[in-house]
Design a binder for this molecule. Structure first.
Ligand code: TPP
Ligand code: MG
Length: 342
């Protein structure tokens, strides 16, 4: 794939965020990084039941885009959404407790990793159906437009999701109806075991989106400032009534598709190379250091804070009670309809 330098990336050169803001973004990315590495460890330790999909490596996409939003803006995620949930302000405690299946989790421990939701923070959920989160956000954008609410809805989708029909049904209607909608494709190069070179026709996902007549940009998803600039521009457009934007954020997942993936479809050297040369956390750390806005001690303090936040979340999940099984509704087999036994 050819790298395109976009207007949004150029804009970052003229509008750098202040040091305090960048350090906050770095701190949030460090929390997500630690949350994810601990979640993987706890899954292997049988503390977290069911599958989880780690977002390690993709932190800048979530934090960069969600930091461009206001509290009233709505976000809908994918099956790989811990980073979206945490960036949207969900407390690590309720997310970790949900992964554990505990009663203090955001859905009472009954949803798990792919059903994280917090309506009070306008996080409409992670979602196990590939491409569906985009539709949840698009429908919300339609409601916002009809109700004339000054807010936008953001939906995420993966590169694999960009090969499903429903994704383009949502983009088509959002463009046609000029909805206050931002579609963000996290192109992490893989859909389960399939590299994008084996599944994508055409030059790029952004190029495909452009065919629907909306602005479609590709950004370096490992550069949080570039992601933030693209999302800010998209939000401004949406709030001005100019309609949706499609952002393809080029990123990489460090872990396997889910816990247990043996990853014999890619070389360990590929993962190591991304970690060493394209890491979003190290990129921001370096940017801050070069500006004289972060020294070794400052970085160590942010890391320690992140580690403590996640340790507290794990402790909370461990100490929390299991859901009361007495409150489970009997759904199947269905109760016999009245008179059916006669
Ligand atoms: C409608 C639907 N089809 C298939 C699946 C099985 N599935 C789960 S994740 C996944 C791949 C998704 O790849 P991508 O969109 O690139 O997201 P990533 O896992 O890389 O974040 C598939 C096919 C599903 N959950 N939903
Ligand atoms: Mg993918």
């Amino acid at each position: 794939m050819t790298e395109q330098r976009t207007e949004a990336e150029d804009a970052t050169a003229v509008a750098p965020a202040d040091a305090g803001t960048l350090r906050e973004w770095l701190g949030q990315m460090l929390i997500i990084r630690r949350f994810e590495s601990e979640s993987v460890r706890l899954s292997y330790a049988n503390k977290i039941p069911g599958g989880i999909h780690s977002s390690e490596g993709q932190e800048a996409v979530a934090v960069g885009s969600i930091r461009a939003l206001g509290a009233a803006d709505v976000v809908a995620g994918t099956h790989r959404s811990h980073h979206h949930a945490l960036a949207k302000g969900m407390p690590p405690r309720t997310v970790m407790a949900e992964l554990y299946g505990k009663a203090t989790g955001c859905t009472g421990g009954r949803g798990g990793s792919m059903h994280l939701v917090d309506l009070s923070r306008n996080f409409l959920g992670s979602n196990g159906i590939v491409g569906a989160g985009l539709g949840v956000a698009m429908g919300t954008a339609l409601a916002m437009k009809l109700q004339q609410r000054p807010a936008v809805a953001v939906g995420y989708v993966g590169d694999g999701g960009a090969n499903t029909g429903r994704t383009w049904e949502f983009i088509n209607l959002a463009a046609l109806w000029k909805l206050p909608f931002i579609a963000i494709c996290e192109n992490n190069l893989y859909a389960v075991e399939t590299h994008i070179s084996r599944s994508l026709a055409g030059d790029s996902i952004a190029g495909r989106a452009a065919g629907f007549g909306l602005p479609a940009v590709a950004v370096d998803g490992q550069d949080i400032v570039a992601v933030h600039a693209a999302a800010s521009a998209a939000r401004d457009r949406a709030l001005n009534g100019e309609g949706p934007t499609f952002i393809e954020a080029r990123t990489y997942r460090y872990e396997g598709h889910n816990v247990g993936d043996v990853q014999n479809y890619r070389d360990a050297s590929e993962v190591a190379s991304w970690r060493q040369t394209h890491d979003p956390i190290q990129a921001l750390r370096q940017r801050l250091a070069e500006r004289g806005d972060l020294d070794e001690a400052g970085y160590a303090a942010l890391r320690q804070q992140a580690d403590e936040t996640v340790a507290d979340a794990i402790d909370f999940a461990e100490r929390s009670p299991w859901p009361d099984t007495g409150t489970v509704q009997r759904a199947w087999p269905a109760a016999e309809p009245a008179g059916a036994s006669r």
